[in-house]
Write a protein that binds this ligand. Structure first.
Ligand SMILES: NC(=O)c1ccc[n+]([C@@H]2O[C@H](COP(=O)([O-])OP(=O)(O)OC[C@H]3O[C@@H](n4cnc5c(N)ncnc54)[C@H](OP(=O)(O)O)[C@@H]3O)[C@@H](O)[C@H]2O)c1
Length: 252
């Protein structure tokens, strides 16, 4: 830590948390590499960011994170275009799901491929770059749902996010004595397209502003693991991990 992470790659930057993180980091004067499948939305965002922050560079690429070879190629191109990568935020994610065994496996498979295999492809590509340059900050966007398997349509989503959290923990341990830092974020409910489609409890849902402020501030501090936003979600994180099932069943 210490040195400013100047060049930041964010996946899933075409909406929600990724798009808003891009705005926040741009306002801090950072250069950005932004990826998602909806390239038109990235073009609009790029124009907005450059108009508001004329001193920065913003490079964009259409990318499907389930295409392993494309992830490596695009990360390499963005590294070259920006002149190095200091931080990669593995944020792209999908919230589709259906009860397992209900004949709608495709939604679950798409979520598993995007959230876990896609995150793994992104870690492979980012760490190849970081290992070569001997430094970097890898940020994995998991979810509070990683703490407990969730029933029904959210089962695969929560399992995929538990996989991402385990990957982050493993890499943080492996790289502890190097200048490659690994942070796993576990957000609670934050208002985006994904949380509204999932029908998450509105009483618990943080605004996009509150959620992304907490994410950006945690990312800049570079801890190993952070549940957020606020004390409420830190408390829910502890409750989900340590209270007995009889009590947590009411929360999930
Ligand atoms: N909002 C919450 O309450 C919450 C809580 C915990 C964790 N999270 C996690 O936060 C991350 C962002 O979610 P969000 O709430 O901001 O949802 P969102 O608004 O639906 O954004 C998801 C982003 O991921 C991208 N994406 C999806 N599939 C992709 C693929 N195959 N390849 C490349 N990009 C893909 C989407 O872009 P394209 O469709 O353009 O590709 C979009 O930019 C996700 O990993 C999510 O699981 C969200």
């Amino acid at each position: 830590m210490g040195k400013t992470r100047k060049n930041i790659l964010i996946t899933g930057a075409s909406s929600g948390l990724g798009e808003e993180m891009a705005r926040r980091f741009a306002a801090k004067g950072r250069n950005l590499g932004l990826c998602a499948r909806r390239e038109g939305r990235l073009e609009t965002l790029r124009e907005e960011l450059l108009a508001a922050n004329p001193g920065i560079s913003v490079a964009i690429r259409g990318l499907d994170v389930t295409d392993h070879d494309a992830v490596a190629a695009v990360f390499g191109e963005l590294r070259d275009e920006l002149g190095g990568l200091d931080r990669v935020v593995v944020n792209a994610g999908l919230g589709k799901g259906a009860k397992i065994g209900s004949g709608r496996a495709e939604a679950n498979l798409a979520t598993a491929r995007t959230n876990f295999i896609g995150a793994l492809s992104q870690c492979e590509a980012a760490l190849e770059i970081f290992r070569a340059q001997k430094y970097g900050h890898l940020v994995l966007v998991s979810s509070i749902s990683a703490d407990r398997g969730l029933p029904g349509a959210k089962a695969v989503y929560s399992a995929s996010k538990a996989g991402v959290a385990a990957l982050g923990e493993a890499l943080a341990a492996e790289l502890a004595k190097t200048d490659i830092v690994v942070t796993t974020l576990l957000p609670g409910f934050i208002a985006t397209d994904m949380s509204s489609k999932a029908g998450d409890s509105s009483a618990l849902t943080a605004t996009l502003d509150e959620g992304v402020s907490a994410m950006v501030s945690a990312i800049e501090k570079e801890p190993r693991r952070a549940a957020l936003p606020g004390l409420k979600w830190q408390g829910i994180d502890v409750a989900l991990r340590f209270l007995p099932n009889e009590l947590t069943n009411r929360l999930v």
